[in-house]
Design a protein around this ligand. Structure first.
Ligand code: ACO
Length: 473
């Protein structure tokens, strides 16, 4: 059966094997992170030499802990890990995170196989080895050894790379993107991407799932989990080039596999492939805050003709269309424009466009049945009024919730310098998807379109949950 990860993500008791008083050691950082988490649970440090660490009673061996343990973090050198994992099995521990490195990623396959054998004869869910652990922002638990806490939100992130996972936390914070859980999967000897997709698919705190993967171990299970998931699944698959595939082998011991097959499989399963983390975050922000696109017809509003053309090109190239305005919409917008400008799509509001023009033009496009979604853009040209652009979008999305009323997404683009960026932060903090590039904007709109298509297909097919059952467990 598939892994049940309920107690893995919400443990009532946690032990750290290899907990240390030494502040330079990972076992110290992991224990400290759990201890300072805004989450209540029993904590047991395990170290053969210590009686107490960070004010907590320390046990010499896991098997000496008198109570049940839901989750164990292992931070001892690789060669001791099999012995500790056997202790976990003897103690009937439900879940284990093996932080330690030194397995298949450094060609120590024999040691990794030994761990697999122990897991096979137990009921444990095991994450890793070679992982950072996880941060469950939904409940405030930090079960990792790394610093940095994500903002609470509704995007779940799964990373095969620990360091990149940490980078994602900081990038997400910088972009004001809220995270429900972030987890490193490392060498994936037991808990795999498909188990996590299944868990996040049912997690009420998660709306969008994003993965960084270098290789998939069980392609059928991976595809079935994406197929069965009723939430958008965004996938960055690394190792696309020959040299990149070589790099994944030495990083996590993974075989990158044929890139074309990965692309086709992800698409067929209903996932969305992203080229890098920035594209994944862009798409995740749009999907987390805006309704999916029902069709691919986009209305563009701008105060700069050049940016309008760039957005048009990017949208068409991504697979969206920019239809001509209907007579009715033309007339509505014509009324609000200066005499010398004729409305078109993209709608050029002219350089001095302020709050009223942005507001009225966006409403006109949202009301148009031939338009499925709207991009609102601003260039910091000489006469521009960035405060009014930002204010108009904030009011449309945060106060009037026009995207919900019309069930059409509204996303924004800007081009400007530092002083403009400060204003853009207000939109990011409010969860409004806004991007500094036409291409990034178009790709995010495309993610909303693909999600709309997935939902349509699902409704038509009335899909059933298709779980892949492992032989063991
Ligand atoms: N039971 C419990 N504790 C034990 C046992 C045992 N059987 N044997 C030893 N220990 C104790 C040690 O005495 C030590 O405690 P001390 O400081 O009080 O002496 C503690 O466990 C740790 O053991 P050390 O030998 O000091 O090992 P160290 O902490 O230096 O390294 C580690 C262990 C961190 C697991 C290391 O081997 C390793 O794998 N590092 C890489 C981890 C990593 O990067 N993982 C990938 C993360 S993803 C990313 O890239 C961020």
């Amino acid at each position: 059966m598939k892994a049940n990860l309920e107690t893995f993500f919400k443990p009532k008791s946690i032990a750290v094997v290899g907990a240390s008083r030494d502040t330079r050691k990972i076992g110290n950082a992991a224990l400290k992170n759990i201890l300072i988490s805004d989450y209540e649970c029993k904590i047991y440090p395990i170290n053969p030499k210590e009686k107490e660490i960070l004010g907590l009673k320390c046990y010499k061996k896991l098997t000496q802990v008198p109570k049940d343990i839901d989750l164990v973090l292992i931070s001892v050198p690789a060669k001791i890990v099999p012995e500790i994992l056997r202790d976990c099995a003897a103690k009937k521990v439900k879940n284990v995170i093996i932080i330690s490195s030194g397995f298949s990623e450094v060609n120590n396959q024999g040691l990794e196989d030994e761990l697999k054998e122990i897991i096979k004869n137990s009921n444990m869910n095991v994450l890793g080895p070679n992982v950072m652990g996880y941060k469950n922002a939904s409940i405030g638990l930090d079960a990792s050894f790394v610093y940095g806490n994500p903002r609470k939100g509704n995007v779940a992130l799964i990373s095969q790379s620990g360091a990149l996972g940490i980078g994602m936390i900081y990038l997400a914070n910088n972009e004001y993107m809220g995270v429900s859980k972030i987890i490193g999967v490392g060498n994936k000897i037991d808990i795999d991407d498909d188990d996590l997709i299944d868990y996040f698919a049912k997690d009420p705190d998660t709306k969008v799932i994003g993965l960084y993967i270098e290789a998939v171990k069980d392609g059928r299970a991976f595809m079935n989990s994406i197929k069965a998931c009723d939430k958008p699944v965004l996938v960055v698959k690394a190792g696309r080039s020959k040299a990149g595939a070589r790099a994944t082998a030495s990083h996590t011991g993974s075989m990158a596999g044929s890139d074309k097959i990965y692309s086709a499989a992800i698409k067929q399963a209903g996932g969305i492939r992203c080229r890098d983390i920035v594209e994944l975050f862009d798409s995740a922000k749009a999907l987390a805050g805006q309704p999916p696109l029902k069709g691919n017809r986009i209305g563009i509003i701008t105060n700069g003709g050049g940016l309008g053309v760039l957005l048009t090109d990017a949208c068409e190239e991504a697979g969206l269309t920019i239809p001509k305005l209907s007579q009715k919409t033309y007339k509505k917008i014509d009324k609000i424009l200066p005499d010398l400008i004729n409305p078109n799509n993209p709608v050029d509001l002219s350089a001095d466009a302020g709050f009223f023009r942005y507001d009225a033009a966006t409403s006109a496009l949202l009301e148009d049945p031939n338009i499925d979604g709207v991009i609102v853009a601003s260039v910091h040209g000489g006469y521009a009024r960035p405060e009014e652009f930002i204010g108009a979008i904030l009011q449309m999305i945060k106060e009037r919730k026009l995207h919900e009323e019309y069930k059409k997404p509204i996303i924004a683009t800007w081009v400007g310098g530092r002083e403009y960026e400060d204003l853009v932060l207000d939109l990011k903090a409010a969860g409004v998807p806004i991007y500094p590039s036409a291409w990034r904007t178009a790709r995010s709109m495309m993610a909303l379109y693909l999600e709309g298509q997935r939902i349509k297909k699902d409704k038509n097919k009335k899909r059933k949950q298709q779980y892949y059952f492992r032989e063991k467990k």
